[in-house]
Design a protein around this ligand. Structure first.
Ligand SMILES: [Zn+2]
Length: 332
C-alpha cells in the first residue's frame, strides 16, 4: 500500500525509465524509507498490483524485504540491523529513526559493491542499490560512492534516502535526480489517520508537526500507556497510594482526560446502560458503575473538572492524583 501522499511521486517513478541515481528526501514521519523500498519492489515484483507497486507476496518481494534479492543491495549503518538498534526497517517504528550521528555506513560497505556491480543480473535486468539513510555515509564512504556514481552502468540504479539531505556531500547530490517530498495536506493526512482507526487524529497530527506516521506513532504509544493505566485502575489489585504513585509518573493533564472519559462512561452506563469510550472495558465499566449512585458519579465528575484547574502546576502530583481517585476507593 503506497501512502496516499506519496502516490503521485510513485506514479512519476513508474512513468519514465528510472534515473541512474535518485535521491529521495523529506521530513521524518512521512514514510520515505518505506517509499524507497516500494520503488525497488515495484521494479522486481512478479505480480505488480494495478499501480505497479510490489504485491508483497511473490518471491522477489520477499527477497527485497529480507534484503536478500541477488540483484539488490541495501547499504545501511552497521548497527541498524543489530538487536536493540534504533533503526529497525519496518512499519511505523522505522520512521522513529535515531538522529544519532554515531552510526555510519563505512567505506568497506561501499567497496563491497564492486563485485556486485560487475556481475550480470539474475532476473529482470535491473540492479539496485538502496542507501538508507544516505547522510550516514562517512566521508571516505561518500568518496568511494562518488567514484561509483561517476561510472554509470546500464541497468544499475542507486536510490539514496535521507531526512537530512543537506548533510550529503554536494558532489553526490549533484549526481542524483533529487526528489524533495514534503508534508501532506492536513486533509489528506487526517483522512489517512482516520482510516487507520486513530481517534483524535487532529490532536496527534498537530503534535507531530503534521507528519502522519509520527502522529500515528504518538497515538499508538498513548494507547499503550492509557491501556496499562486502565488495567491497573480497574484491576483492583493496587492500593490508592500505589495507584496514585503510578499515576503521578504520567503526563497529568492527559491522564485527567482518560479519567474524565472513564467517569463519563460510568455516568452513561448508570443512566442508559451504554458505554461510549471504553468498549474494550465494558464489563469493568458495568461492574464499577454498580458501586455508585448517580449523584455520587456526578459529584466525582465535578471534582475532576475542578481538578483540571490545578493540573498545570500541581505542587504534589501524587496527592492530586490521590484526591481525584479517592471516590473510586470510597465506593468499595
Ligand atoms: Zn511481488
Amino acid at each position: 500500500m503506497i501512502y496516499p501522499w506519496l502516490q503521485q511521486a510513485f506514479e512519476r517513478f513508474q512513468q519514465g525509465p528510472p534515473p541512474q541515481a535518485l535521491l529521495v528526501s523529506g521530513p521524518r514521519g512521512i514514510g520515505i524509507s518505506v517509499f524507497a523500498q516500494q520503488l525497488v519492489q515495484g521494479l522486481f515484483c512478479e505480480h505488480p498490483t494495478t499501480n505497479r507497486s510490489g504485491c508483497g507476496s511473490c518471491s522477489p518481494c520477499h527477497w527485497i524485504m529480507a534484503g536478500s534479492h541477488p540483484d539488490f543491495r541495501l547499504l545501511e549503518p552497521e548497527s541498524a540491523g543489530a538487536p536493540g538498534a534504533e533503526t529497525p526497517r519496518s512499519g511505523v517504528v522505522e520512521e522513529n529513526r535515531s538522529a544519532s550521528g554515531s552510526v555510519w555506513i563505512t567505506v568497506d560497505a561501499v567497496r563491497s559493491l564492486n563485485d556486485f556491480l560487475v556481475l550480470s543480473t539474475h532476473r529482470t535486468g535491473y540492479r539496485v542499490v538502496l542507501i538508507d539513510p544516505a547522510d550516514a555515509l562517512n566521508p571516505s564512504a561518500a568518496n568511494a560512492l562518488l567514484k561509483v556514481l561517476e561510472e554509470p552502468r546500464q541497468g544499475t540504479l542507486f536510490i539514496l534516502v535521507s531526512e537530512r539531505a543537506t548533510r550529503i556531500p554536494a558532489t553526490i547530490r549533484s549526481r542524483c535526480q533529487h526528489w524533495k517530498l514534503g508534508l501532506p495536506s492536513p486533509r489528506l493526512a487526517l483522512a489517512w489517520l482516520e482510516s487507520q482507526a486513530i481517534s483524535n487524529a487532529e490532536h496527534w497530527l498537530a503534535l507531530a508537526g503534521q507528519a502522519p506516521l509520527e502522529a500515528q506513532r504518538l497515538a499508538l504509544q498513548d494507547q499503550g500507556e492509557r491501556r496499562a493505566w486502565l488495567e491497573a485502575f480497574t484491576g483492583g489489585q493496587l492500593t490508592l497510594i500505589q495507584l496514585s504513585e503510578q499515576t503521578a509518573k504520567l503526563p497529568l493533564p492527559e491522564w485527567l482526560n482518560w479519567l474524565q472519559r472513564w467517569v463519563f462512561d460510568l455516568i452513561e452506563f448508570k443512566s442508559w446502560g451504554q458505554v461510549r469510550y471504553h468498549l474494550a472495558f465494558s464489563a469493568q465499566v458495568a461492574r464499577m458503575s454498580e458501586r455508585f449512585s448517580l449523584q455520587e458519579l456526578l459529584a466525582w465528575e465535578i471534582s475532576l473538572r475542578e481538578g483540571r484547574r490545578l493540573m498545570q502546576h500541581p505542587l504534589n502530583p501524587r496527592l492530586l492524583a490521590e484526591q481525584l481517585l479517592l471516590p473510586c476507593y470510597l465506593s468499595r
